[in-house]
Design a protein around this ligand. Structure first.
Ligand SMILES: Nc1ncnc2c1ncn2[C@@H]1O[C@H](COP(=O)(O)OP(=O)(O)OP(=O)(O)O)[C@@H](O)[C@H]1O
Ligand SMILES: [Mg+2]
Length: 274
């Protein structure tokens, strides 16, 4: 698996917003059929990084490669045309739209989709329901149902099924399990595994080490905008990963130092580090 070329790679990527350096010399690769988990605390730079990979932000320096070729992702549309699909938190769907309608939103009629120049509700519903059921979500059987009536996990699953249906090769999921209960999170993790089985490269962002460990083949921990650790499944324990995410200190040390700080600063917590 690892001898194949990465679908998407970042080489020496830096990102600054004016005087603020947010990302430093990022090197990352994702391959077909692999899940890369991007871990890191609040403000570590995870969202900025995925915005670079999805054409929302441009790197200040460094290169993006697809299939071994340097490429630009000047706009989200360009990224999506190259097969990079980003599912934002809460599924990036539209609560007041039907399942069938939301499935086809923003998909311009291209080759093979001629009939959708005029929206064909019945066909759209059929295709959407089938795509979702193919992912094992058999409870969704009516394309006229409103997306707003789906559970958080079902919405995430719909968004993932949609990306796969329209030929995504790279699937970027920004905290897809953050707001979900145990059962629903397990469901989304199963769908992530299914996307991986179908040969997509998945980039999975999470704060939850257990969720990462359930699906990840490869892990990168971001600390203050730099890749602080980069390792494969099985190379680190849950405790080691948790400690890494807390900035390399053990959680016990960290808690003690925060208590100490607050005691000596009149109960004020430390200022965030940028
Ligand atoms: N447009 C911007 N201009 C200036 N600073 C920014 C901008 N976008 C992000 N930042 C800064 O970059 C840092 C990283 O932010 P980012 O949103 O990438 O973190 P994150 O890892 O996604 O955090 P979280 O887990 O809270 O979502 C933060 O300090 C943030 O304030
Ligand atoms: Mg974020």
């Amino acid at each position: 698996m690892s001898d194949q070329k990465p679908i998407l790679a970042l080489r020496g990527v830096n990102k600054s917003f004016g005087p603020i350096d947010v990302l430093h010399d990022i090197n990352l690769e994702v391959r077909a059929g692999e899940v890369l988990c991007l871990l890191g605390d609040n403000g570590a730079g995870k969202s900025t990084l995925i915005k670079i990979m999805s054409g929302v932000h441009q790197p200040t320096s460094g290169t993006i490669e697809m299939d071994g070729q340097a490429t630009g992702l000047p706009t989200p549309r360009a990224a999506s045309e190259k097969g990079i699909a980003t599912v934002h938190q809460f599924g990036g769907t539209f609560p007041l739209m039907s399942i069938g309608r939301s499935f086809f939103v923003g998909v311009e009629p291209t080759k093979g989709w001629g009939p959708f120049k005029v929206y064909d509700r019945k066909r759209a519903n059929e295709i959407a329901v089938k795509a979702v059921q193919n992912f094992g979500i058999t409870r969704i059987d009516d394309g006229d149902r409103l997306v707003g009536g789906l559970s958080g996990g079902e919405r995430q699953s719909l968004a993932i099924a949609r990306a796969v249906h329209f030929g995504a090769r790279v699937l970027i999921l920004d905290e897809p399990t953050a707001a979900l209960g145990v059962k629903q999170a397990a469901h989304v993790l199963r769908i992530v595994n299914e996307a991986k089985r179908r040969g997509l490269a998945v980039i999975f962002i999470t704060h939850q080490v257990m969720h990462a460990m359930a699906v990840g083949d490869h892990f990168a921990v971001l600390i203050r905008g730099a890749v602080a650790a980069d390792f494969k499944k099985g190379q680190k324990t849950r405790e080691e990963i948790t400690d890494l995410m807390a900035g390399g200190e053990t959680m016990a040390n960290l808690e003690a130092s925060i208590d100490g700080y607050m005691a000596s600063h009149d109960g004020h917590p430390p200022a965030p580090v940028h």
